[in-house]
Design a protein around this ligand. Structure first.
Ligand code: PEP
Ligand code: MG
Length: 604
């Protein structure tokens, strides 16, 4: 039977494929694909863990004292029987050979299948045996973690084809939640779509999903409970709809829409190398947001004229051997700078905390946040200033990379003048350290992210310390409206059109322009064509977004007459419903198609 689930649309397009459920186990389980030639060794790892657990349980049973309750021995019998049952380890081995899952993932996937079967049993006693399976799987996972916690088999990294043996069916990832760093791991994987139960539109998981340019729906509540391994799933990333086991007619309809969306995409991508100039001749800079140095190639290919936001914290996540040192960071930043071939690269200092915590393994010696409200806790610049040696190390790496091209440093979540002051001091000290070490470094501009209302209210003073600002609308909305951006329960209140939000954005742009300081928007708003004209009318000329959003925003720039829009600005900002006012202004101000000379990439 076909079922529809509704969630939040976070990444455009239609995906159709088989569900791959990433179970939420009580033990943290890594999910990755292994290379084909590792199937045998990975299966051996699973079977070795089974033998270890069989050994442990047999010893336990043998050593049971005579007065131990008979139920205990019976329980151990059941667990041993499960360990030898084909439905557990043999079936998990099947997931390894057919799908190339790592052993832990294969086990948790099989646990998911079995748990559902138990849930459906009529008999209470049998239904409760699910707990036994869970305990056995936990023991197996622990045995594997003890066996070799850090050595990962070679990961499969190819981008084409599906990992199942037949290589014909696209796969869709379904999970309760996916941490941003895990999502990044899937960057080089084979999934064609994502669905999660939790998360808001601008949670970092959603942001990374968008950067993959793969249809995704988050906040779909019960999705991971309703969808089963291998179900056929359709994701409509524009409407936020997930359809499970669709009928043939529905499937056909979505295949048609998938084709249409691809055609539209191909049409828009013809604008890739067209200069972004408005109808009335205003030049606009369209930059890219990236998470890893390699993303710079995609940014360049999409027509970005620089990197407006390099989220450097992703270099600090999913680490096996501690945090990256100065050399490793220098190599990464230099790679991004060189990939951009002379175009500017803005590196944001680490924005650790909130929904991007450090791995426990890497963070063992460092302060990290256990607070109830991590978004209000030790994150971003607060974290960096609490670890000054590490902060200077990052600044030294960035300064050294600036020898290879134009580099800007961007500081996240500044709210206090003292933070600005301390940041500048850290930068000066990092320069002195490099001088003493006789290491080459270049000039960098330094900017502040405007992400909290306090920063807007303090802007003229703050700008005495900085060369430019970049408005992080994702956090600015979160902190202005007091809405957790990652919480789907309040997602309906996370409103970028809120008049207070627009007013703060407008003030920032206007004041920065008045003080002749650079101003850009690098939050998700910059990549949403629904806001392009309004931001242009506010005076914004620099937008930074996922590379996949560049073409649509450029189309909007090409169609905008800024002078006409400026006449509508006050009405829109004073309106109680700015979104409606903006739509009305659009019907008055815009032409409906890109002029031929622009679409063909001609000089303007
Ligand atoms: C923002 O807050 O708008 C931003 C760009 O930073 P991040 O999404 O990484 O918090
Ligand atoms: Mg932010």
């Amino acid at each position: 039977m076909s079922i529809q689930i509704f969630g939040l649309p976070v990444s455009r397009g239609v995906a159709i494929g088989r569900a791959v459920l990433v179970a939420s186990s009580r033990i943290d389980v890594a999910h990755y694909f292994i290379a084909s030639h590792c199937v045998e060794s990975e299966t051996a790892r699973l079977l070795a863990a089974r033998d270890v657990v069989v050994g442990e349980l047999s010893t336990l049973q043998r050593d049971l004292s005579v007065d131990a309750p008979p139920e205990l021995s019976a329980l151990l019998d059941v667990h041993l029987m499960l360990l030898h049952d084909d439905t557990l380890t043999t079936a998990a081995a099947q997931w390894i050979s057919s799908r190339h899952y790592n052993a832990e993932w294969a086990l948790s996937a099989q646990l998911e299948v079995l748990a559902r079967q138990f849930d459906e049993m009529e008999d209470d006693y049998l239904r409760e045996r699910k707990a036994d399976i869970e305990q056995v799987v936990e023991r197996l996972l622990r045995a594997m973690a003890r066996g070799n916690p850090l050595a990962l088999p070679e990961l499969r990294t190819d981008l084409t084809g599906s990992p199942n043996a037949q290589g014909e069916e696209p796969l869709i990832l379904v999970a309760n939640d996916i941490a941003p760093a895990d999502m990044l791991q899937f960057k080089r994987s084979v999934f064609t779509g994502f669905v999660t139960d939790v998360g808001g539109k601008t949670s970092h998981t959603a942001i990374v999903a968008r950067s993959l340019d793969i249809p995704a729906v988050v906040g779909a509540r019960e999705a991971s409970k309703i969808i089963r391994q291998d179900d056929w799933v359709v994701i409509d990333g524009d409407a936020g709809v997930v359809i499970i086991n669709p009928s043939l007619i529905v499937l056909e309809e979505y295949r048609f829409r998938q084709k249409q969306s691809e055609l539209e995409w191909a049409r828009l991508s013809r604008l890739r190398h067209t200069p972004a100039i408005t109808l009335d001749g205003e030049k606009v800079v369209l930059l890219a947001n990236i998470e890893l140095p390699d993303d710079a190639f995609g940014a360049l290919a999409a027509g970005a004229v620089g990197i407006g936001l390099f989220r450097s914290e992703f270099l600090f996540m999913h680490r096996v051997n501690g945090l990256p040192d100065e050399e490793e960071q220098f190599t990464a930043y230099k790679a991004a700078v060189q990939a951009m071939q002379g175009l500017p690269v803005t590196i944001r200092t680490v924005d650790i905390g909130a929904d991007k915590p450090l791995d426990r393994l890497s963070a063992n010696e460092l302060r990290h946040d256990h607070s109830l409200n991590p978004a209000l806790g030790l994150r971003a610049i607060r974290w960096s200033l609490s670890e000054p040696a590490m902060f200077r190390q990052q600044l030294r790496a960035i300064l050294r990379a600036s020898v290879y091209g134009e580099v800007n440093v961007l500081v996240p979540m500044v709210a206090h003048l003292s933070e600005a002051q301390q940041t500048i001091e850290c930068l000066q000290r990092a320069r002195r350290q490099l001088q003493d070490a006789k290491k080459a470094f270049g000039n960098v501009k330094i900017g502040a992210m405007i992400e909290v209302p306090a920063a807007v209210l303090l802007l003229p003073k703050l700008l005495q310390f900085f060369d430019f600002v970049s408005i992080g609308t994702n956090d600015l909305i979160q902190y202005t409206l007091a809405i957790d951006r990652a919480d789907e329960a309040v997602a309906h209140l996370y409103d970028p059109w809120h008049p207070a939000v627009l007013s703060l954005i407008g003030q920032t742009i206007q004041q920065a322009n008045a003080m002749h300081k650079g101003v850009s928007v690098c939050g998700e708003l910059a990549g949403d064509p629904a806001f392009t004209e309004l931001l242009l009318a506010m005076g914004l000329r620099s937008f930074s977004m996922h590379p996949s959003q560049l073409a649509a925003v450029k189309q909007s720039v090409l169609l905008t007459d800024v002078a006409k829009w400026r006449t509508q600005l006050e009405t829109i900002l004073l309106s109680e419903t700015p979104q409606v006012a903006c739509a009305a202004a659009r019907s008055q101000c815009n032409v409906s198609s890109v002029p031929e000379t622009a679409a063909s990439g001609g000089a303007r």
